[in-house]
Design a protein around this ligand. Structure first.
Ligand code: SD4
Length: 317
C-alpha cells in the first residue's frame, strides 16, 4: 500500500517530507504526524506554530495541539499550553489516556513536565517584535487584531493502512488569554477514521467550530465521496449558510486524505498546502475558491516561494 500525507500551508512541506520518508521505511502514521509537526513547531520563522509563534494579547505564547489515531479513535489535546517545546508530542501522549485526555493551561503544562517533555521559552525576539509592531498598527491603521492565522494540520496514511491526524498552533493572533479555537477540538479542527480517511482545518476557529467541519468531511467521505468532493460539499455550502444566517464567515481552509491516499482541499481564501505519496514525494500547491462551490488547485510558482522565504525572514522594523 502506498503511503500518503497532506498538510496545511507551505510550512507543512519539510516536515511532511520527513513523515513520508518515515512511513516509506515502514514507520507508523502516528510517528509520521508527530515527526512532521515537530519539525514545524521547531522552526523559528513560522510565526503561528510552536517556537517563534506569536503571543496572545498579554504577550504570552499559548499553544493548542491535538493528535488522533484513526485506528482506535484515541484522541489527545492540549489547549493554552505555554513554555513546552513540542505540544504535539504532549497531545500524542495524552491520546494514550482514556480519562483526562484533553488538558488546558496550567494543568496541561504540569502534565507535560511530569511526563518529561522538554520545557522551552517559546517567545522569540522576532515574534515579540512582530507582536509589538502589530499592536501599534492596530491603533494607528485601525487593523483588525485577528487578521492573520495559520495552524499546521496534517493527515497521514501508512503502509499498513493506519491513518493519523495532528494539529498545532499558537492560535488566533492577539487572542485573549485563555481563548482556544478548533485546533484542539476533535471533529472541529481534526478527525480521523482509518476505515474512511481524515481531515484537518486551519483558519478562524470560532467559525470552523460552528460547522464541525472535519467530522463532516470524514462523514461525507464515508458515504463514498472523494476527498475533494467531500471538502467542497462540507465547506462551500456552509460558508454560504454562515453568511446568510450569521452575517459573516471568517477565513478557513480544510485538507482531507482518504484510506486510498487520495486527497482534497477546500478554502474560502488563498491557501497553500503540501501533499504527496511514497512514489512521488511531496509538493507544495496553491488552492483558491473556484466556480460553483469547487476548489481551484494550481502548482505553486517559484516566484511565490521566493517571496514567501523573503517575507518570513524579513527584518522587523
Ligand atoms: C484557531 N484555527 O485557533 C486556529 C488558528 C488558525 O489558521 O488556524 N489559524 O482558531
Amino acid at each position: 500500500m502506498t503511503v500518503a500525507m497532506i498538510g496545511t500551508w507551505r510550512m507543512a512541506y519539510e516536515g511532511l517530507s520527513q513523515g513520508l520518508d518515515l512511513m516509506q521505511a515502514g514507520g507508523h502514521s502516528g510517528d509520521a504526524i508527530e515527526t512532521a509537526i515537530k519539525a514545524v513547531e521547531d522552526y523559528p520563522f513560522f510565526k503561528s506554530v510552536g517556537y517563534g509563534g506569536l503571543p496572545n494579547a498579554n504577550g504570552l505564547v499559548e499553544m493548542d495541539a491535538a493528535f488522533m489515531d484513526g485506528d482506535t479513535f484515541a484522541t489527545g489535546s492540549v489547549a493554552g499550553i505555554s513554555d513546552i517545546k513540542n505540544p504535539i508530542s504532549v497531545a500524542r501522549k495524552l491520546s494514550g489516556e482514556h480519562f483526562n485526555s484533553f488538558l488546558v493551561g496550567q494543568g496541561a503544562g504540569e502534565y507535560a513536565v511530569l511526563n518529561g517533555f522538554e520545557r522551552k521559552g517559546m517567545l522569540t525576539e522576532r515574534a515579540q517584535k512582530i507582536w509589538a509592531k502589530r499592536k501599534r498598527e492596530i491603533v494607528e491603521k485601525n487593523l483588525s487584531p485577528y487578521d492573520g492565522h495559520d495552524t499546521v494540520g496534517m493527515v497521514s496514511l501508512d503502509q499498513s493502512g493506519s491513518m493519523s491526524v495532528g494539529t498545532s498552533t499558537s492560535g488566533l493572533f492577539m487572542k485573549k488569554p485563555g481563548r482556544t479555537g478548533d485546533s484542539a477540538l476533535v471533529g472541529d479542527g481534526f478527525y480521523c477514521d482509518s476505515e474512511i480517511g481524515g481531515a484537518a482545518a486551519t483558519g478562524l476557529g470560532e467559525d470552523i467550530m460552528k460547522g464541525c467541519l472535519c467530522y463532516e468531511i470524514v462523514r461525507l467521505m464515508g458515504t463514498g465521496l472523494s476527498p475533494q468532493a467531500a471538502c467542497d460539499q462540507a465547506v462551500y455550502p456552509f460558508v454560504e449558510k454562515l453568511k446568510r444566517r450569521y452575517g459573516k464567515a471568517g477565513e478557513f481552509s480544510l485538507v482531507a486524505l482518504n484510506k486510498n491516499g487520495d486527497w482534497g482541499v477546500a478554502t474560502n481564501v488563498e491557501f497553500t498546502f503540501a501533499a504527496g505519496d511514497g512514489e512521488h514525494g511531496a509538493k507544495i500547491m496553491m488552492a483558491n475558491p473556484g466556480e460553483n462551490g469547487t476548489t481551484k488547485i494550481e502548482p505553486i510558482t517559484q516566484a511565490w516561494l521566493d517571496a514567501y522565504e523573503k517575507r518570513i525572514k524579513a527584518p522587523i522594523e
